[in-house]
Design a protein. Structure first.
Length: 202
């Protein structure tokens, strides 16, 4: 049900001063037991801030690592508790991204991006060849892992703002609405832009 989202995205702690980059603490652990998890103290963002995409990514990474249904529920519940208390406006976006959806099923909204186009976007964003991306995908069986491992090749002239759940959701929704003959090219361009904003935290 869950689509792997690269979790190793940089974020450091503290609120940004005016004009400065927003930074968050990457040390988020939604897999703590529900009795010891505190929705405010264990969250890595503050009340009123947008939920960092890193928090959702680490939540899904923790979910992927467990085979226990009860632990699966506990991890998601911990994350949702923090979102509800600190950033309630991001709850709907978080739920949809967890379901790998952009809207209710009856609206028929689909991202409409072919796997080959995602590979091309990863290749362009990281400077790796498409053949190498395809070979790694065949070997690892997970395009998310390929994107993660390709991050070391990426060169940027400036440090982008950390991604937020709201920002990622709205960008994906925007991509889903692109139509026409040039839509696939536009979608790849937007995919590359989002990919370049994902930064390794190591």
């Amino acid at each position: 049900m869950f689509q792997r989202i690269p979790a190793k995205v940089e974020a450091t702690n503290g609120k940004a001063a005016a004009g400065a980059a927003i930074k968050w603490n990457p040390d988020y652990h939604p897999d703590k037991g529900s009795s010891s998890y505190h929705p405010i103290e264990d969250a890595t963002w503050s009340k009123g801030e947008k939920v960092p995409y890193l928090a959702l990514a680490k939540t899904l990474e923790a979910v992927e690592a467990t085979s226990s249904r009860l632990k699966f529920i506990e991890i998601l519940a911990n994350y949702f508790r923090s979102v509800i208390v600190l950033s309630p406006d991001d709850l709907l976006y978080s739920v949809y991204l967890c379901l790998n959806k952009l809207a209710p099923a009856y609206e028929g909204v689909e991202l409409g991006i072919a796997e080959t186009n995602i590979m091309k976007a990863i290749a362009t964003a990281t400077g790796r060849s498409l053949d190498r991306i395809k070979a790694d995908a065949a070997k690892q069986g997970d395009l998310g892992l390929v994107a993660e491992s390709s991050r070391s090749n990426q060169k940027t002239l400036f440090e982008p703002q950390p991604l937020t759940v709201t920002g990622v959701f709205k960008k994906l929704l925007e991509i889903s609405k692109l139509t026409g003959q040039a839509s696939q090219g536009k979608k790849r361009s937007e995919e590359r832009r989002v990919g370049k904003e994902c930064r390794s935290r190591w």
